[in-house]
Write a protein that binds this ligand. Structure first.
Ligand code: NAP
Length: 296
């Protein structure tokens, strides 16, 4: 599927994610030039048909679309600095994690060098790159998204442009990503408790999956409550969660499991009850999490 008519792509940063991105472009037949600080990481991609640029300046000059996947925005700017003069008129698409402030800073840096800029985020693991339902969001210059949408879709079928503000993808990446660690630590805590009984963590997988499905099914209701500010129709109240908190300590004692990470979460529930949300929906925790507006 090598296509002379496919857009040439440059991939900069060949860690686990950058390598997966380059592989997806190669598989879809895009002429792909790669560059990485540690040059040896390019070898497996060259074996699959990529062209290796020894210098970042040569990489940037190799195509109209530059996709970067470095650790952070700051690393991206540092790595591209020697090639900054060649960025003029090219489309720069970053696909790293980072804060909205980092995205804004990089957008200003890219504009300063005459590059057209899109900040993106991959909401999945490297092995999912290229799958039809893999989610990637982008924000920034819509004309870049429209011009290269078909090429970017190679990385994942659920490809979304969130808006013209370059920091939106980073905002959503962080806002949606916030679920990850609490959900995983919860699973690991449960696994520690069943392992303490000589049972396998694998025995939990089906049940935890159902629990996560249930949580997913509740998100539209919670979002509606938060957006309307009306928490009075509580299927699961703050007080219900407050009552459940004491069981954590009992299980911790019995199974010899460290549940300290839950203390701040239970503290949040307690503060919500103290603020008068006891009989309100658990989504009222959002009100406790939102800090008062800062004075201008
Ligand atoms: N892996 C995942 O599951 C996953 C999922 C979603 C999003 N992401 C995001 O994707 C981005 C890359 O992740 P990854 O897993 O590919 O990380 P990784 O395997 O650690 O690779 C990091 C890459 O960044 C390069 N790099 C870092 N600092 C640099 C600098 N100052 N100058 C030049 N190159 C620099 C590294 O070059 P060297 O090889 O020379 O060190 C390497 O190519 C991160 O923002 C990550 O949060 C990753």
């Amino acid at each position: 599927m090598h296509g002379a008519n496919r857009t040439p792509v440059v991939v900069i940063g060949l860690g686990s994610m950058g390598t997966a991105l380059a592989e997806a472009f190669l598989e879809a037949g895009h002429p792909t030039t790669v560059w990485n600080r540690t040059a040896a990481k390019a070898a497996p991609l060259v074996a699959k048909g990529a062209r290796h640029a020894a210098a970042v300046e040569d990489a940037v000059a190799a195509g109209p679309l530059i996709v970067t996947c470095l650790t952070a925005f700051e690393d991206t700017r540092t790595a591209l600095e020697p090639a900054a003069a060649s960025l003029r008129g090219r489309a720069l698409v970053t696909l790293n994690s980072g804060s909205p402030a980092g995205a804004r800073e990089t957008a200003a840096w890219a504009a300063g060098h005459g590059a057209r800029f899109l900040a993106g985020a991959v909401k999945n693991v490297p092995s999912a790159v290229g799958a039809p339902d893999t989610l990637l969001y982008y924000s920034g210059d819509r004309s870049v998204f429209e011009e290269f949408e078909a090429t970017l879709r190679v990385l994942g079928g659920d490809t979304v442009h969130l808006g013209d503000e370059a920091d939106l993808a980073a905002l959503y990446e962080m806002a949606v990503g916030a679920v990850l660690l609490p959900a995983l630590v919860g699973f690991f805590q449960g696994a520690a408790a069943v392992r303490a009984r000589g049972l396998e963590a694998a025995s939990m997988v089906r049940f935890t999956g159902k629990w996560l499905d249930m949580i997913k099914s509740l998100l539209p209701t919670y979002a509606e409550e938060i957006d309307s500010g009306d928490y009075t129709d509580a299927a699961s109240s703050v007080n219900l969660f407050l009552a459940g908190a004491s069981y954590d300590e009992e299980l911790a004692e019995e199974a010899n499991v460290d549940v300290e990470w839950l203390a701040p979460l239970n503290g949040l529930v307690k503060r919500a009850a103290e603020a008068g949300h006891g009989e309100h929906s658990i989504s009222a925790l959002t009100e406790v999490l939102r800090r008062p507006e800062r004075a201008a």
